[in-house]
Design a binder for this molecule. Structure first.
Ligand code: ATP
Length: 611
C-alpha cells in the first residue's frame, strides 16, 4: 500500500514553486469577496492595522529618548525630569494603544472570518445545486467539492494572515528606515541571515501541500472509514460481523502511509528550519557586538544602542514571521485556488432559447431508441429503449436488479442525457425545455430517498418546501401516505425531531420513514408522479392501502411506479418489463400473463411464495 501512495504522490499534481506563486494571484479576488461581504468592518480592520503597524518603531524611538534623557539628567547638577516623565507617559499611552489595536484587530478578523465562512459555505451549497448530477457522481468533481468544502477554516486563516502581512510590511519598512538612519550596514547582515530560511520554508510548504492534495481521495476514504467505524448507524453490523479490526486495520494502513510520508517531510523541514534559525541568531549577536563596539568607541549613544538592538531584534523577528507567513499564505492560496476552481466550474447554460412547456400534457412521453452508458463507463445500461407513456396513463416498470429501471427515470428527469436516441414530451425533445421548469413537472420519490434529520413536518414539506408552514396540507399528505399513523407515537407530533443526530431526535423504522417520504409526493401538485420502489419496506396490508390511495388520487395524472411487488404492479394501465437494458414486454397485466414470458414467470413465482 505505501508504495502505491508514494508513486501516486510523484505522479499526481506536481505543483512547484511557480504554482505556489501563481496561486497568489487569487488573493485580490479573495479580498474582493471579503470587501463585498462587509465593507465597513474591512475598513476598520485596515485602519487599525495601519496604526498598529507604525506603533513599534515609535515605541522604540521613545525608549531611546528615555535612555538618552536619563543619561543627560544624571550628568546635570540641577536636573529637570519633566521631559523624561513626559516620554514615559507617552510610551505608556502608546503601549496601551497598541494593546487596544491588537484586540480590535483580532475582533474584526474574527468577525470578518465568520462572515466570510458563512458566505462561502452558502456559495458552495448553491453551486453544488447548479452542478449536474452526473458531475457530482464523478469522483474528480467530487474531490474538488471536497477540497472546497473542507478548506473553509484555511481560507479564514488566510484572511488574517494576508492582513497581518500587510501590517508587517509597514512595520518592517518603518524599522528599516530607522536602522538605515543610524546603521545601514546592519540591513545587509539581516537580509543575508533571513533569505535561506525563507527559501526552505517555501520549498517544504509547497511539498506538503502537494502531498495533501494528492491524497484528497484517500482522505475521503479515511473519513469514510472513520464514519463507518464510529457511528450509531453502522454500529449494529460492525459489532455483529466483528468488523472493528477490519475497519481499524484498513484505516491504520492507509493513514500510516500518509503519516510516514508526512513525517519524513516534517522532519526535514524542522531540521533545516532549525539550522537556518540558528543562522539568524548568529547574525543577531554579530550585529549586537558590532553596535556595542560603536557605543564603546563613542560613535553612537546608549539610547541609540537600545533603539538599534531593539529594532534589529524586532526586525529579525518580523522578517522571520513575514517569511513564515508568506509560505503559509502561498500554501493557503493553493487551497483558495481549489475553492475558486470549484466556484468557477462550468454549469449548463440555462439562458438558451427554450420552448414553452405545455400547460398540461396532451399526448405524453415517448422514448425513441434511447441508448445510454454512464459517463466513464464502457457498458451500455440502456440498449435501444422504445415506449410511450400516454397522458394520464399509469405505468409500471418491472425487471430484475440492475435492469435499468431507475436509469430510465434519471434520463426522463434530465439528470443525464441519452447517449443516443431521444425522449419526447408531446412530440418535443425534452432538451428543448428549460431544465428547472421541466423538472418542476415531476413529483418523485426515489428508492434511496434521503432521511433528513429535521422535524417530521419539515421532512414531509420537503416535497414542496414553500408549504413548510402549511400544516393542514402537510397533515393531508401524511394521511394519504399513512404517515399520520406514525404521528400518534411521537411525543412532539409533527414537530418531532427525526433521527438520532440531534437531541430529542427519534428514529423511525424503515417502513415509517417510507411513509414519511411518500407523503412528500403528495405535497406537490405535480403533473407526473414517479415512485421508485417506495413501498418495499411496507407490510403487505400497508402497501396495498398506499397504492390504492395513490391510484385514486392520481386518477387524472400521468404516473410511473417501479416495484418488485406484483400485487402493486398489476394495477397499472401499462407494464414495461425490462431485461438487461432492453424492453422485453409491454402490456397490461392480463396481456403479459398471456404472453407467458418473464412477467408471467416472475408473477407466478411471487404468487407461489405467498401461498
Ligand atoms: N451512477 C452510476 N454510474 C455508473 N453506473 C451506474 C450508476 N447508477 C447505476 N449504474 C449501473 O446501471 C445499471 C442499471 O442500474 P439501475 O439503477 O437503473 O437499475 P434498476 O433496474 O433500477 O435496479 P434495482 O431494481 O436494483 O433498483 C446497473 O448495472 C448499475 O450498476
Amino acid at each position: 500500500m505505501p508504495r502505491r501512495k508514494l508513486n501516486s504522490l510523484k505522479e499526481k499534481n506536481k505543483t512547484n514553486f511557480k504554482s505556489s506563486f501563481n496561486a497568489l494571484s487569487f488573493i485580490p479576488r479573495f479580498f474582493k469577496e471579503i470587501w463585498n461581504i462587509n465593507k465597513g468592518l474591512f475598513l476598520i480592520s485596515a485602519i487599525c492595522r495601519l496604526i498598529a503597524a507604525l506603533l513599534p518603531v515609535v515605541i522604540l524611538w521613545i525608549g531611546k529618548e528615555i535612555v538618552d534623557e536619563i543619561l543627560l539628567q544624571i550628568e546635570l547638577s540641577n536636573p529637570d525630569y519633566t521631559q523624561l516623565w513626559t516620554y514615559v507617559a507617552v510610551e505608556f499611552g502608546l503601549i496601551i494603544l497598541s494593546e487596544l489595536f491588537g484586540r480590535a484587530i483580532s475582533l474584526t478578523d474574527g468577525l470578518l472570518g465568520d462572515e466570510y465562512n458563512i458566505a462561502t459555505s452558502v456559495k458552495i451549497i448553491k453551486k453544488t445545486n447548479q452542478i449536474n448530477i452526473s458531475q457530482l457522481e464523478d469522483p474528480d468533481y467530487y474531490d474538488k467539492l471536497e477540497r472546497a468544502r473542507t478548506q473553509t477554516t484555511g481560507r479564514v486563516g488566510l484572511l488574517s494572515n494576508v492582513l497581518a502581512q500587510a501590517q508587517s510590511i509597514i512595520t518592517i519598512t518603518s524599522l528599516i528606515v530607522g536602522l538605515i538612519y543610524f546603521e545601514p550596514l546592519l540591513i545587509i547582515l539581516l537580509v543575508l541571515s533571513i533569505i535561506p530560511a525563507f527559501i526552505n520554508e517555501i520549498k517544504f510548504s509547497q511539498q506538503q501541500y502537494s502531498l495533501a492534495r494528492s491524497w484528497t481521495s484517500e482522505r475521503r476514504e479515511l473519513d469514510y472509514l472513520r464514519f463507518i467505524g464510529a457511528n450509531n448507524k453502522t454500529a449494529k453490523e460492525i459489532k455483529l460481523f466483528g468488523l472493528t479490526d477490519f475497519v481499524v486495520n484498513r484505516f491504520k494502513n492507509l493513514s500510516n502511509s500518509y503519516y510516514l510520508l508526512n513525517r519524513k517531510l516534517s522532519i526535514r523541514r524542522a531540521s533545516l528550519g532549525f539550522l537556518f534559525n540558528v543562522l539568524g541568531t548568529v547574525a543577531y549577536y554579530g550585529a549586537y557586538v558590532f553596535i556595542i563596539f560603536r557605543v564603546l568607541t563613542g560613535v553612537i549613544t546608549l539610547g541609540e544602542l537600545t533603539f538599534l538592538s531593539g529594532s534589529f531584534n524586532r526586525l529579525m523577528k518580523s522578517l522571520q514571521d513575514f517569511f513564515a507567513r508568506f509560505t503559509r499564505i502561498s500554501e493557503s492560496a493553493l487551497y483558495l485556488k481549489d475553492y475558486f476552481d470549484f466556484i468557477d466550474m462550468e454549469v449548463e447554460d440555462q439562458s438558451q432559447e427554450t420552448m414553452p412547456l405545455p400547460k398540461s400534457i396532451e399526448i405524453g412521453f415517448e422514448f425513441r431508441n434511447v441508448r445510454f452508458a454512464y459517463p466513464e463507463s464502457n457498458s451500455e445500461v440502456l440498449k435501444g429503449v422504445n415506449f410511450t407513456l400516454k397522458a394520464g396513463e399509469k405505468m409500471a416498470f418491472v425487471g430484475q436488479n440492475g435492469a435499468g429501471k431507475t436509469t430510465l427515470i434519471k434520463l426522463m428527469l434530465r439528470f443525464y442525457e441519452p447517449t443516443s436516441g431521444e425522449i419526447l414530451l408531446d412530440g418535443i425533445n425534452i432538451n428543448q425545455f428549460n431544465k428547472a421548469e421541466y423538472q418542476e413537472y415531476f413529483g418523485v420519490i426515489f428508492q434511496d430517498f434521503f432521511r433528513y434529520e429535521f422535524t417530521l413536518r419539515e421532512n414531509i414539506a420537503i416535497g414542496h418546501i414553500d408549504e413548510v408552514e402549511n400544516l393542514e396540507k402537510i397533515k393531508a399528505a401524511a394521511q394519504l401516505s399513512l404517515a399520520n399513523e406514525v404521528v400518534g407515537d411521537l411525543e412532539f407530533g409533527y414537530e418531532q425531531q427525526l433521527g438520532r443526530r440531534f437531541s430529542n431526535g427519534v428514529e423511525l423504522s424503515g417502513g415509517q420513514w417510507q411513509k414519511v417520504a411518500l407523503a412528500r409526493a403528495y405535497m406537490k401538485n405535480a403533473k407526473v408522479m414517479i415512485l421508485d420502489e417506495p413501498t418495499s419496506a411496507l407490510d403487505a396490508k400497508a402497501e396495498s392501502e398506499v397504492f390504492t390511495r395513490f391510484i385514486g388520487l392520481t386518477e387524472s395524472k400521468t404516473s410511473i411506479i417501479i416495484s418488485h411487488r406484483f400485487s402493486t404492479v398489476r394495477q397499472a394501465d401499462k407494464i414495461v418489463v425490462l431485461k438487461e437494458g432492453k424492453i422485453l414486454e409491454v402490456g397490461t397485466h392480463i396481456e403479459l400473463m398471456q404472453n407467458k414470458l418473464l412477467y408471467s414467470e416472475l408473477f407466478t413465482l411471487q404468487a407461489e411464495g405467498y401461498k
